[in-house]
Structures are given as structure tokens and as C-alpha cells.
Write a protein that binds this ligand. Structure first.
Ligand code: SAM
Length: 352
């Protein structure tokens, strides 16, 4: 007995006794079998059992080897590993497999990072673009527009409408047909070859007439306006008329219809005969029965009017804006609104 064995034996006497008991039981069983079947038969059974045990151990050995081979192939990636194989712990510990796994996750990480970076850049650029639209000032890092979300949304909508207007005008110019433009037309689309322009989005073109017209020089055949010029203070009115002249082609016509304020001034002077039922149409602009409020009606029109016309100053103003051959004209049923005839005067001028 070696030292190690004696040490083990001395350390575990209980186990040794147990093993002796098992051996004794096995011998007893063997004796019982010998007694039951005879010695020859017992030897034959023993040999068969030995062969079977040998076969079994061979088979289990081969099975073990096949499994090890399969595992190796899976490790180097020749054979895919089924997802349900319960060897995750082993796989994680395997250097080949863990290398492959960590390579894949590193790649995934890079894709996620790149995608997040791209989205961030797009958001930043959109934000800067939107800021330029709403603020109309060059972008400055760290400065954010001081305005409500509602105002911001309004400005973005306006920007979109203006872009649409410019696109339509580009189409009109490319088509090459003579452009007939009605400015301040209200919320209506143009008919019979006319293009309408107004602050209303329902007109063909959305535009604020306080800004220069979005047409190039010498590009429009005729410009018409009805009850629009009185909505501008004198300086803006002159700027608008001069800009109309700029965009008209040589020999192009500017034709206007405005309310005749002299009707109301005469009403002040002869207030007993002034027909309030006929001339006080826009009720919010009627202030009182007082004589001066007859004049206030047409002068301010509930805060909408900024200038008064009569036949004399209409002609003078058009001439001042640079139009030639300016003259008053009659009501034109093909152009003018019949419902405005009772209080209107008409004039035209030509771009020389
Ligand atoms: C009294 S309405 C006349 C509408 C139509 N022309 C008519 O005779 O019935 C005045 C029109 O001028 C438009 N208008 C006033 N100021 C404007 C501006 N700055 N830019 C564009 N349109 C303007 C208004 O939107 C409105 O449609």
C-alpha cells in the first residue's frame, strides 16, 4: 500500500468499510447465482455479460468521439450549432466561439452607432434649416429662436407657401404664355387665363404685397386690382405701384378699381341726402350717425383702409408711379365686379 493510499484509507475508514460491505453483497449474489444455475452456466453468462459490457463501452467510446468531433466542427464553424443546444456556457468559454461572438457584436455596435450618428446629423441639419426659416437670421450655435411653437409653425407654413408660389411662377414663365395677374384678388382661383395673388392661401399665389412681386422684370402682360390699393399707406402704395410697373412687359397694362372716397365726403357735406343704406355696406365700419363718421367709414373701414382716392388723385398717383397714358376708364363687365360698381372708380396706365 502506497503512502497516499494509506493516508486516504486512514482518512476515510467509513468508505472502506462500505466498499467491503458492497463486495460482500456482490459475492453473496454471485454465490446465489452459482447455486441456482451451476458453475458452467454461470461462466457462460459471465462471458456474455463481459462481451456485452465491452461492446457497450466500445459504443459509448465511439459516441463520445463522434460528439467531440462534432463539437470541434461546430467550434470552427464548419457545422452550424443548433440554437437549442444547451451548451451556451461552454460556447461562451470557448475561445474560437467567443471570438466569433464578440466579433459579431462589435460589428452590430458599429452599425447602431453609425445609424444613431446619421439620425443625429439629420435632426441637427433640419433644426438649423427650420431655425433659418423661422428666425431669418444666420444660424448661431447656442442661440435658439425666442418665439412660441405656434409662431414657429406659422412661419414654417408661410415658408412652404412661398416656395409653392415660386414654383408655380417658374411654371408660368416656362410655359411662355402671357401672364395676366390679379393682385389682392381674395381667396379665389383665377379664371380665363388669370392668375390670382393674395395673402390668402386659396388664391393661386400666396404673397404679401408689402414685398416686391415674385416676378422678374418685364414678364407680365397685364396687372389688375380691385379694392386693394386703399389698403396701403402712401409710401407702401407707391412702392407697390412702381414694382407692378417693373414686372410689366413694355406696353403692359396696369388697371385698377378703388372705392371713390369723394362719395362719402359729399355725404358729409350733404348728410341729409346721403343714402346710408346704399353706401354703408360693411357694417363693422359704421361708427355712428355723426356726419364725420360718414368720412371715417371710407377712410378707415374698420381699420383696413389706409388711403383715400378720388378720380383726381387716382390718376395722379398712377402717373407718379411712372405709368404713361393714365386715364380713368368705365366699368368693364369682363373684368370688374358688378357688386362694387356703386362706389368704385376705375383707371388704367401703360408701361412705356
Ligand atoms: C377688399 S379685399 C378685395 C378683394 C377682391 N379684389 C374684391 O374686389 O372683392 C382686399 C384684398 O386685398 C388683400 N390684401 C390686402 N393687403 C394685402 C397684402 N399686403 N398682400 C396681399 N394681399 C393683400 C386682402 O387679402 C384682400 O383679399
Amino acid at each position: 500500500m502506497t503512502d497516499a493510499k494509506s493516508a486516504r484509507g486512514s482518512r476515510r475508514p467509513a468508505q472502506k468499510i462500505q466498499r467491503l460491505v458492497v463486495n460482500l453483497q456482490w459475492h453473496r449474489k454471485r454465490m446465489a447465482v452459482l447455486a441456482a444455475v451451476g458453475e458452467g452456466e454461470a461462466r457462460r453468462i459471465g462471458k456474455a455479460a463481459g462481451r456485452a459490457a465491452g461492446d457497450f463501452s466500445d459504443q459509448s467510446e465511439r459516441l463520445k468521439r463522434a460528439r467531440a468531433e462534432l463539437f470541434l466542427q461546430q467550434e470552427i464553424g464548419e457545422v452550424p450549432r443548433p440554437p437549442w443546444s444547451g451548451r451556451s456556457a461552454m460556447r461562451e468559454q470557448s475561445p474560437v466561439r467567443s471570438q466569433a461572438i464578440s466579433g459579431a457584436s462589435a460589428w452590430d455596435g458599429r452599425v447602431v452607432l453609425l445609424t444613431a450618428l446619421s439620425i443625429g446629423i439629420v435632426i441637427l441639419l433640419t433644426g438649423v434649416g427650420a431655425m433659418r426659416v423661422v428666425d431669418r437670421r444666420p444660424f448661431q450655435a447656442g442661440r435658439w429662436p425666442q418665439m412660441s411653437f405656434r409662431t414657429m409653425r406659422k412661419r414654417i407654413t408661410k415658408h412652404r407657401r412661398i416656395r409653392r408660389t415660386r414654383k408655380i411662377i417658374a411654371g408660368l414663365l416656362a410655359a411662355g404664355a402671357g401672364i395676366k395677374l390679379e393682385i389682392g384678388a381674395g381667396p379665389v382661383k383665377g379664371k380665363n387665363g388669370w392668375t390670382t395673388l393674395d395673402l390668402s392661401d386659396e388664391a393661386d399665389l400666396f404673397w404679401n404685397l408689402h414685398r416686391p412681386l415674385p416676378f422678374p422684370d418685364d414678364s407680365v402682360e397685364i396687372i389688375y386690382c380691385s379694392h386693394v390699393l386703399e389698403h396701403f399707406h402712401y409710401p407702401q402704395l407707391m412702392a407697390l405701384l412702381k414694382d407692378c410697373r417693373r414686372v410689366l412687359k413694355p406696353r403692359g397694362i396696369f388697371s385698377a378699381c378703388v372705392p371713390d372716397a369723394s362719395i362719402y365726403v359729399r355725404g358729409y357735406l350733404n348728410h341729409e341726402s346721403f343714402d346710408r343704406g346704399k353706401f354703408f355696406v360693411h357694417k363693422p365700419a359704421v361708427i355712428s350717425e355723426a356726419r364725420m363718421d360718414i368720412v371715417n367709414y371710407i377712410a378707415y373701414m374698420d381699420g383696413q383702409h389706409r388711403y383715400m382716392f378720388d378720380p383726381e388723385n387716382l390718376v395722379r398717383i398712377l402717373s407718379e408711379a411712372g405709368f404713361a397714358a393714365v386715364r380713368l376708364r368705365d366699368f368693364d363687365p369682363a373684368l370688374d365686379l358688378a357688386e362694387r360698381k356703386y362706389e368704385s372708380i376705375y383707371a388704367l396706365g401703360i408701361k412705356s
